[in-house]
Write a protein that binds this ligand. Structure first.
Ligand SMILES: Nc1ncnc2c1ncn2[C@@H]1O[C@H](COP(=O)(O)OP(=O)(O)OP(=O)(O)O)[C@@H](O)[C@H]1O
Length: 226
């Protein structure tokens, strides 16, 4: 469980304003919002990469040691193979890994002997995801896990998320593809103007798409093309 209490974050201007949220074990949460709404900023605050005001409580002694954070784009050190990257992340958590186990669990069929820095966008995302899975975390923050990933892998990632839920993990995902969230999430939270909405529960998901039904593109197109 994670309880976020009055979390605020300002860069040059306020991005997150008094956010209160609770994330429970065995549940999947979706975070939606426009580009620049503050989803990644919220994730970075939770992961301890950015400072903030407010506090985050957990029933774990130090939740960051059981938190796996899949960033929108992961940086891979030069000349580190996929295999070495997984090994490094496991080592950071004191988890012993053998090459043959990593190979057996290479569910995305990644070329683990090649440098991760040379992987394609989707391959990098899959390597980063599989690495946080190897860490056997309890809390997963997945920032746009479906972006840049091929269709088969998308199906697999949806089932991975369902598996994590069934195993009492806490999963928090951002996505701009609403269907991936309605498929997997117990609650969807809209981040807008620095504030969070009351979580939408499954029976209210239709209200999210209804919010956009009057979105008119005509005048926007005219502005550019006429
Ligand atoms: N390191 C930073 N320094 C200054 N401003 C930042 C920094 N990181 C993010 N911001 C600003 O904070 C706001 C929120 O950015 P954030 O990346 O959290 O949005 P997002 O909701 O994840 O967007 P997207 O959907 O495009 O990924 C934006 O206005 C962004 O420019």
């Amino acid at each position: 469980m994670l309880r976020i209490h009055q979390l605020s974050k300002t860069y040059h201007q306020p991005v997150l304003d008094n956010i209160n949220l609770q994330f429970d074990a065995g549940k999947v949460y979706g975070i939606i919002g426009k580009n620049g709404a503050g989803k990644t900023t919220l994730f970075k605050c939770i992961a301890g990469i950015e400072d903030f005001t407010g506090n985050i409580e957990s029933d774990k002694e130090n939740y960051k040691t059981v938190l796996g954070y899949l960033e929108t784009e992961t940086y891979f050190p030069k000349k580190l193979t996929g295999y070495e990257y997984i090994h490094l992340l496991c080592h950071a958590r004191d988890i012993k890994t053998e090459r043959k186990i990593i190979e057996a669990k290479n569910i995305f069929n990644l070329p683990l002997n090649e440098y991760a820095g040379n992987y394609s966008t989707g391959m990098k995302k899959k390597l980063a995801l599989v690495s946080v899975l190897f860490q056997n975390n309890d809390i997963f923050i997945l920032d746009e896990p479906f972006n840049g990933v091929d269709l088969e892998s998308n199906i697999l990632i949806i089932d991975i998320i369902k598996h994590l839920k069934a195993n009492h993990k806490t999963v928090i995902i951002s996505s701009h593809i609403l269907s991936t969230l309605t498929d997997t999430c117990d609650e969807i939270i809209l981040l807008e103007n620095g504030r969070v909405s009351t979580p939408f529960l499954k029976q209210d998901y239709h209200l999210i798409s209804e919010k956009f039904k009057d979105f008119e593109t005509g005048n926007i197109l005219k502005r550019f093309f006429e």
